[in-house]
Design a protein around this ligand. Sequence first.
Ligand code: AMP
Ligand code: ZN
Ligand code: FE
Ligand code: FE
Length: 282
Amino acid sequence: MFASPMLELHCHTTCSDGTLTPTQLVWRSHQAGIRALAITDHDTLQGWDEAFAAAANLPIEIVPGLELSTVYNERSMHILGFYPDRNRLQAPLKERLDGRKRRAQIMVDKLAELGYPLTLPERGEGMAPGRPHIASAMVRAGYVSSSEEAFDRFLGSTKPAYVGYEKFSAIEGIELLLSCGGVPVWAHPFLFRGGTVETVLPVLVEAGLMGIEVYHPSHSPSEVRRLEEYCEFFGLLRTGGSDYHGPSAAGKDNHGTLNSEKVPIDLLEPLKRAAEVIKKGH
Ligand code: AMP
Ligand code: ZN
Ligand code: FE
Ligand code: FE
């Protein structure tokens, strides 16, 4: 898509459902030619410090971020946040993280009722559990032969053990990020199942949305062009990233390989400036 592969604004680590630690992710990103790397774990900032430390002696800049799990029209919607003030976001985020833990427990309870009792491995306080962890536990227990099978039979959004996120609207998510100095960006809009992009986008913009994740492995070239046009029309920032979840997850379930979107580094400065503008306004 672009000539100089350098910016990667969507990645997960073991602090949520990625399979690489923040340190491993930073090293691999450096090898893949990435100049600036965002850590965007689901509902947690836990990976930041390790990533900053790992990047300290490498020519790679860490962009602190997260991917908020929200609900819009009763369907899952992901909102990326870049450069939020950690001190302000930490407390409200704990409620979201606790919600993820409650949700994981309800899914485990449902599986037990279905005849598949499980114990999830203990994870640290700031670590976000997700369906991939439950799927792995089912594989280890011998109930299914692969994580895909676990999703196909139990954990997919229409399957018997599925539980949606606790009520936290996309509008609330956008407002929370803005109030904490973070830049709110709609993640992978064409994966959203609760309405068309053209009807939903104006509502999010009205709420304060500042950007769109235009470049994502799930988007077709024509979808990318449409999103570029929307950015132009609404004056929104463009971001992009692979949604990398680690080597074993690459290519599956709309997750790319590191740097797969080949996003130009030029998109970083406008994002930084937007973060400064929000912080000045508060
Ligand atoms: P959660 O945030 O707990 O709803 O889990 C979402 C994650 O589950 C995604 O990031 C994917 O890694 C994974 N996932 C969702 N659907 C599937 C699927 N059909 N097959 C495999 N993994 C999936
Ligand atoms: Zn994920
Ligand atoms: Fe997502
Ligand atoms: Fe993601």
